[in-house]
Design a binder for this molecule. Structure first.
Ligand code: NIG
Ligand code: FE
Length: 415
């Protein structure tokens, strides 16, 4: 195969370019390129334009000509998941629906701790196998980049096992996994009552190894009554920042204070925010922190959605992710959840698509993806339609038929 390839024509191509990182976006702001083609070279996008013109001017190029109507979007980005884990929490789901709350189940020894026990029992190879399976499912749904957190190990060795499993999986699969260290997910039972000692052990012993083995450049913490307080997390984040890690926060899921910490530490993103009040919304909107809505957790727990409309109207930036995890968000279908959030929060097509493409890239501090533009990674997806509106209108029941990652066709439903 020649190094350069022309792919198209796409009846509609939505590059998601020229749109602001913050604030509302109306659909009439979307650029729609008609009968478009993409020239790919060495895994990057070299040119975007009219397919027939590109065909005339590009020499020495292989052509992947599409037949029928297709609409092209950037590869989707799921900026918050926990898809590396052992076991299942089907019983939590049953208990929640029988009336117990997420926090009650956690206090009774279920919840996150249950998954920690199961994950500690799993071998690294077992974690790789399970994470691969879930990442492949996301790939077929058009997700070319997935953030994956540790946080079910909760000791130096067990967190390392998880992060090494994520790194190994990443080397074997087509989509990119962006790892995050969530050792501050909850206080492990082994440290009962001593948050400070646990966090200081993690920052002293684990942080240097994360750098040494290049396992992740991102540190996350769950700031919540059942996990860590703002005061306990401050020295932990200070240490992480001093070592050059990016910060991200599980914030305002059930009670507030996490988003304030996110703003104070100039986190890349604050995720959840279901409990954010006008005060937190204002604070986030004025900052450069991306607000990541996690509709999968709202659907899983049966609670309210992140106030995405209010955050956008206040001038903030909203990304949308699945939070795919065995407890609160087992579904893990980005397109479905983003469409549902759009319906409940009255988001435009453009705002929803921005939340799972370039605004999601920003939530991961990545500037090489999330749009279809010259020089960016050639990550894009095709749907069998001549109208991009069909995609979210079908609320996730309409999946892509083709997925390209770094210019390679890695999923083709026609075959
Ligand atoms: O983002 N909120 C805390 N952590 C995860 C849930 C993980 C779990 O329940 O296993 C979340 O929802
Ligand atoms: Fe989460």
């Amino acid at each position: 195969m020649k190094e350069r390839e022309l792919i198209g024509p796409f009846k509609q191509l939505i590059p998601m370019t020229g749109l602001g990182l913050k604030g509302p976006i109306t659909d009439n702001k979307l650029t729609i390129l008609e009968d478009a083609g993409i020239v790919v070279e060495n895994g990057k996008i070299k040119r975007v334009g009219k397919f027939q013109e590109l065909k005339k001017i590009e020499n020495d190029i292989s052509i992947h000509e599409l037949h029928g109507n297709h609409t092209c979007l950037p590869g989707l980005i799921d900026a918050h998941t926990h898809i590396c884990f052992g076991g299942s929490r089907a019983n939590d789901y049953a208990m929640r629906n029988a009336g117990k709350t997420y926090l009650e189940i956690a206090k009774a020894g279920g919840g996150i701790w249950d998954t920690v026990t199961q994950t500690r029992k799993a071998t690294k190879a077992e974690l790789v196998k399970k994470t691969t399976k879930l990442a492949n499912r996301h790939l077929k749904n058009g997700v070319t980049t997935i953030e994956v957190k540790s946080g079910y190990g909760l000791s130096v060795d067990e967190e390392l096992k998880m992060l090494r499993a994520i790194k190994e999986t990443n080397e074997m699969i087509s989509n990119d996994l962006i790892a995050t260290c969530l050792a501050a997910h909850m206080l492990p039972k082994d440290f009962e009552g001593n948050q400070t000692e646990y966090l200081s052990e993690i920052s002293k012993k684990l942080f240097p190894i994360l750098k040494e083995e290049q396992l992740t450049n991102r540190i996350d913490a769950f700031i919540e009554e059942s996990a860590f307080s703002a005061a306990q997390i401050a020295p932990y984040f200070e240490k992480a920042k001093a070592m050059g890690f990016d910060i991200t926060v599980h914030a305002d899921q059930f009670s507030t204070s996490g988003s304030e910490v996110a703003v104070e530490f100039e986190a890349i993103s604050a995720d959840h925010l279901e409990a954010s009040t006008p005060k937190e919304i204002e604070l986030l909107a004025k900052s450069n922190v991306i607000a990541t809505a996690l509709p999968g957790a709202s659907i899983g727990l049966g609670c309210s959605f992140t106030p995405a409309r209010k955050i956008l109207d206040a001038g903030g930036s909203v990304a949308i992710a699945t939070d795919h995890n065995p407890g609160s968000a087992p579904m893990g279908d980005l397109l479905t959840q983003a469409a549902i959030l759009g319906t409940f929060e009255k988001l435009s097509n453009a705002e929803v698509l921005a939340g799972i493409t370039f605004r999601a890239a920003a939530a991961l501090n990545l500037n090489d993806r999330g749009q279809i533009a010259e020089g960016l990674n050639a990550d894009f997806i095709g749907f069998h339609t001549d109208n991009y509106q069909e995609i979210l209108y079908n609320q996730g029941n309409f999946k892509p038929c083709m997925v390209w990652k770094n210019g390679k066709l890695v999923f083709d439903k026609h075959k």
